[in-house]
Design a protein around this ligand. Structure first.
Ligand SMILES: CC(=O)SCCNC(=O)CCNC(=O)[C@H](O)C(C)(C)COP(=O)(O)OP(=O)(O)OC[C@H]1O[C@@H](n2cnc3c(N)ncnc32)[C@H](O)[C@@H]1OP(=O)(O)O
Length: 408
């Protein structure tokens, strides 16, 4: 069955958000719904219609996202939802194909998303591009290694996040491009990041903050909530839930972690962090970093050639890549990727391929995560010239590891 697909008008927001709420089993607080609406680019929404009924939806945030060596326009896919009455009839597949064609037409070479379930998006050419560690650190065993940096000129200031918003925005803008996957936040994303009222429902208290500063200004911030609890013996047992921590330098970063780990009455700090967050090196006893691995961003190369020339490379590479892509057939075929640490070109070619791979493998490697050699070891891509996968993986790898850090 085919369902007409088109963007919605602002007047159709209640129906659009109704599909979202139903599919996600979500009961939005009224201010949360208003905030979401304000952050919706209506001309980039898509809805699948069954007569007058909206049966499936999606939207896009027009991001500037950090990639290895800089930042570029990226389509941030969001709000993918199909009504429970209409699931498994191919609506998502129709929406995805239409959306990728729209993104290409707009000139964006890359799309990215957070997946509710890891099983969904590989079929549309998205690759697992960033990893997340969900950590829990017992504060009484959180001593740092003696070599941890410290700067006596730094001090910690307790702040109400909303009152220092411009400082947070400036700090984040300074560090944004340092880690691939981070995206520039517009005012609506900041409104959502600093939103407070509805979260009191979850029992984790209000949003709190620390700034670390020296005499010339702020060098980092941490935002968190504290869930109050008292243990069976009557002792304190609070959980500090770290929402974000950004710093301009290692000493500021270490001091912010120390400030959250040393907060009185807190027995554990929980956080989502990139796999190479400095805390993984700072703890004297790394086994106290109790962690659960998960996928974070998924990336889709919408135009392989434009995407591959829009990032930097860690090492020179000159290879013919054969790309398999039945969802975006304009990508399918052979491409000669020639790059050094200063520039890159990617041109169609008839030459013999060095590597054959699905487009999702390139998406997975695009932000610098080292997934290509693991995929080769798993037998998921084919090497025709000895060493070609290692050469491609080395050139595409990047440090620090990719991580967006804020769900969209
Ligand atoms: C970026 C984001 O917004 S992530 C959020 C995704 N949305 C949600 O999780 C909300 C709840 N779920 C839903 O709304 C729907 O189930 C969706 C959007 C995930 C899928 O929509 P549908 O219209 O049912 O998908 P569609 O019928 O096009 O399925 C296409 C294929 O994907 C498979 N598929 C789709 N969703 C899933 C899933 N959750 N688990 C396993 N397989 C799935 C289908 O079985 C089908 O496979 P086939 O081609 O081999 O037959």
């Amino acid at each position: 069955m085919s369902y007409p697909i088109r963007p919605i008008s602002e007047e159709q927001w209640p129906q659009f958000s109704g599909v979202l709420a139903e599919a996600f089993n979500w009961t939005p607080h009224p201010t949360q719904s208003e905030r979401w609406k304000a952050n919706t680019e209506f001309d980039r929404t898509l809805a699948a219609f069954d007569g007058d009924l909206i049966a499936g939806v999606t939207g896009i945030h027009s991001f500037s996202m950090a990639v290895p060596g800089g930042a570029l326009p990226v389509a941030g896919v969001t709000a993918v939802s199909v009504l429970p009455s209409h699931r498994r009839r191919g609506i998502l597949s129709q929406i995805m194909r239409r959306q990728l064609a729209d993104v290409r037409e707009r000139g964006e070479a890359v799309a990215a998303l957070y997946a509710s379930e890891a099983i969904i998006y590989g079929r549309y050419g998205y690759g697992r591009a960033a990893d997340n560690l969900a950590v829990s650190i017992p504060t009484h065993r959180s001593a740092f290694t003696p070599a941890a940096p410290s700067d006596p000129s730094l001090r910690v200031r307790v702040v109400k996040p909303a009152e220092v918003r411009s400082t947070l925005e400036e700090l984040f803008a300074r560090v944004m491009t340092e880690r691939p996957g981070r995206y520039a936040r517009n005012e609506h994303f900041w409104n959502m990041s600093l939103a407070d009222e509805e979260f009191d429902q979850q029992g984790a208290g209000s949003l709190r903050g620390f700034l670390v500063e020296d005499s010339s200004g702020a060098r980092g911030y941490a935002l968190f909530r504290v869930k109050s609890a008292w243990g069976e013996n009557g002792g304190p047992d609070c959980e500090l839930q770290l929402r974000e921590l950004h710093a301009t330098d290692p000493a500021a970063h270490a001091l912010l972690w120390r400030a959250v780990l040393d907060r009185d009455l807190v027995t554990k700090v929980t956080a989502d962090i990139p796999v190479d967050d400095p805390i993984t090196q700072l703890l004297a006893d790394v086994r106290q970093l109790h962690s659960r691995w998960g996928d974070e961003l998924w990336v889709r190369l919408v135009s392989v050639d434009a995407a591959l020339v829009s990032r930097a490379y860690s090492a020179p590479v000159d290879l013919v890549i054969e790309v398999d892509d039945d969802v975006c057939p304009w990508n399918a075929g052979r491409w000669r990727l020639t790059a050094d640490t200063g520039s890159a070109s990617c041109k169609p070619t008839d030459e013999t391929p060095d590597v054959s791979l699905p487009v999702s493998a390139l998406g997975g490697a695009y932000l610098g995560a080292g997934s290509l050699t693991a995929q080769q070891a798993a037998g998921l891509l084919t090497e025709h010239s000895a060493g070609a996968v290692r050469a491609l993986a080395t050139a595409m790898s990047w440090s620090p590891a990719p991580w967006a850090g804020l769900v969209f």
